[in-house]
Design a protein around this ligand. Structure first.
Ligand code: NAP
Length: 226
């Protein structure tokens, strides 16, 4: 099980829940120090492998696959969780395109890059799953004003989810986008639901049976509009 952006927030909770049930977890973070610190804080630390992965780095992505091969011949689940720039302070009309570019580089290309680097290892799994942590903010049906970099990046991540799902269906790989709901993290702020619930919404897609859906968009196990 590989989780990106797993040193805090929903990603850390995902790693915690996976480790607690005995899965071998590759806990990735932007720096090795962050990954090691987070891994060390988990009770199941023995089965948690900390690896450096800045999702914007080709070098880190290549290093991730290499690091995993030292522990396992396959990856069963990739959870593309890392994301930035919930840009509440801007509007599309007048947006700082530097922020937009960074959001796309991390939230879309980062997930894409990580996926490509692990495809060979995922293909070795008997039940491969890719879970893209998206957001209702990326739903075109609900698309409105505000947080433009974030919204556009999550809509693009949803498109990536569908096209990857179509490409990988023949490999028996289930690829879905999942919204964790509004969750109380650094990104979500106060007032959201607990990380345990947000992570649960994501893990549902990691645990799908072989005849489960692919190319869908879900929250708490229920389909939500694109
Ligand atoms: N919280 C919510 O209400 C909510 C709602 C809908 C969807 N989501 C989605 O849920 C996911 C997790 O969100 P969260 O609330 O847990 O956010 P968070 O608390 O802000 O954590 C984000 C994580 O992503 C990592 N990250 C950022 N840029 C990265 C990069 N270039 N490479 C690797 N890691 C990077 C961060 O690492 P650093 O510590 O190094 O910055 C951090 O570990 C995101 O995809 C988010 O869009 C959240």
């Amino acid at each position: 099980m590989v989780v990106t952006g797993a040193n805090r927030g929903i990603g850390f909770e995902l790693a915690r829940q996976l480790a607690a049930r005995g899965d071998l977890v590759v806990l990735t973070a932007r720096s090795l120090a962050k990954a090691e610190r987070a891994a060390g804080a988990l009770p199941g630390a023995r089965r948690v492998v900390p690896v450096q992965l800045d999702v914007t780095s080709d070098r880190d992505a290549a290093g991730l696959a290499e690091a995993i091969r030292a522990h396992s011949d396959r990856v069963d689940v990739l959870i593309n969780n890392a994301a930035i720039h919930y840009d509440t302070g801007q509007r599309a009309a007048g947006a700082d395109l530097g922020i937009v570019h960074e959001a796309l580089e991390t939230n879309v290309i980062g997930a894409w890059r990580t996926t490509l680097s692990l495809l060979d290892l995922l293909r070795r799994s008997e039940h491969p799953r890719i879970v893209n942590v998206s957001s209702g903010a990326g739903s075109l049906q609900d698309m409105g004003s505000g947080t433009p970099a974030y919204r556009v990046s999550k809509a693009a991540l949803n498109a990536l989810t569908r096209t990857l799902a179509a490409d990988l269906r023949g490999d028996g790989m289930l690829v879905n986008a999942v919204c964790p709901g509004w969750v109380a993290t650094d990104m979500g702020g106060t007032g959201g639901r607990p990380v345990t619930d947000g992570a649960g919404s994501v893990l549902w897609a990691a645990d799908l049976p072989d005849d489960g859906p692919t190319g869908g968009f879900f929250r708490d196990g229920r389909a939500i509009p694109w």
